[in-house]
Design a protein around this ligand. Structure first.
Ligand SMILES: *Cc1c(COP(=O)(O)O)cnc(C)c1O
Length: 384
């Protein structure tokens, strides 16, 4: 028997050789590491990775190899995962609401950075977490919010204190001897740098209201990925906006900066390969994956239209594109992609649709509803 190939040149190569009948998430480690280095060299501060967006071990390991030294973790499971895969990395426990058992777990694991957005949860931290752990100061960062600006949907509806409350919390944190910092999240897939500018200005106002100098400012995730054909994310402009606004608002008092991208780091390093199960009476396209699988996010943030349609031989379909209704495999009627997606007219049963930029909030939200969702992983050299 010949040696089994385990790394494919690109999705077309994989399709040609495997003809997979279940959905496949193809990771390109080189693309992931390049994106990590773009953040590490371009962002003026510490880059941490929001584990929830894609906690696959291959993703975490490649980020560590590229030089990522910090992680935003939101649960004991994520704390333990990073403790195992990146034992020397910083872990920021940035879920502002935690049970007392979860706090105890974080404390046992040596967490030194926490966020809060309410008096009740700050009180819980004061009761359980001392201001110093192993001789190091413990940071507590109030998380604040503004009305949504330029993001794909509103993150502020669940988490974030008003600026007034954030100032009150920041004052309490400093008074009790913890390291006072601030954090925000402008909303996911935030394509407009103006969002960061507004938040940073308000961060300065919060510090003034509290009469406290924030030691660090975490500017969140929200960095966009390449989701819509022709609308490439402009990370350098966002980094420049952040750097310039912090310099203008804080001058010599500037807090150290931290960011915690999820989508912006991992999304473009993966492509989801789904198979066409049927073209029902020449119209509706049924795929072997849908909103209960790797395409969970689409109804909330819109279609991922960076797609290729390939034959089982891995050659592109080149017919004229027109809008099609696309359904997932389950028997639930909400298992449908939003609106229509432009597909080539010659799309046929057993073809493959490759969704590029599908690495975030996809493997991790995949369910086995209705017995579907047997998603496998693969490695590719690239996507072209
Ligand atoms: C989800 C989350 C992130 C990552 O958000 P992206 O939009 O994927 O970059 C960062 N920080 C916190 C606190 C989060 O909850």
């Amino acid at each position: 028997m010949g040696k089994q190939k385990t790394v494919w040149d690109n999705p077309a190569d994989l399709i040609r050789h495997l003809r997979p009948d279940h959905p496949v998430m193809a990771l390109a480690p080189t693309v992931l590491q390049d994106r990590a280095r773009q953040f590490l060299t371009g962002f003026p501060g510490l880059v941490t990775y929001a584990v929830k967006s894609n906690p696959d071990e291959a993703v975490i390991r490649n980020l560590v190899t590229a030089g990522i030294k910090g992680f935003d973790v939101a649960s004991p499971w994520e704390i333990d995962l990073i403790g195992r895969l990146a034992p020397r990395a910083a872990r920021h426990y940035h879920n502002p609401v935690r049970s007392r058992r979860e706090i105890a777990h974080g404390l046992r694991e040596g967490i030194l950075a926490w966020s809060v957005d309410s008096r009740s949860e700050l009180e819980k931290l004061f009761e359980q977490v001392p201001p110093q752990v192993n001789g190091q100061g413990v940071e507590i960062a109030p998380r604040f919010k503004l009305p949504v600006l330029g993001a794909a949907y509103d993150f502020g509806s669940k988490f974030g204190a008003t600026p007034d409350l954030a100032a009150e919390l920041l004052g309490l944190v400093a008074e009790r001897g913890y390291v006072p910092s601030l954090t925000f999240h402008p909303g996911t897939q935030c394509t407009d740098p103006i969002a960061w500018e507004s938040y940073i200005r308000v961060a300065r106002e919060i510090c003034d209201m509290a009469g406290v100098r924030a030691r660090r400012l975490n500017v969140g995730g929200g960095f966009p990925s390449y989701r819509a054909m022709g609308v490439e994310p402009d990370l350098p402009s966002i980094f420049a906006e952040i750097r310039d606004t912090v310099a203008e608002c804080f001058g010599a008092d500037a807090p150290a900066l931290v960011c915690e991208p999820g989508r912006g780091l991992c999304a473009d390093a993966c492509a989801l390969i789904a198979r066409v199960k049927a073209v029902r009476d020449g119209t509706h396209v049924f795929l072997n994956d849908g909103v209960y699988g790797g395409l969970t996010e689409l109804p909330v943030i819109g279609n991922l239209d960076r797609i290729e349609v390939l034959t089982p031989q891995g050659t592109p379909r080149t017919g004229k594109r027109s809008g099609r209704v696309i359904f997932g495999p389950t028997c639930d009627s909400i298992d449908r992609l939003p609106g229509e997606l432009a597909l080539p007219d010659d799309v046929a049963e057993d073809d493959y649709i490759v969704f590029h930029g599908a690495g975030a909030y996809s493997v991790v939200t995949n369910t086995r509803f209705n017995g579907f969702g047997a998603l496998t992983r693969a490695t590719v050299m690239g996507f072209a």
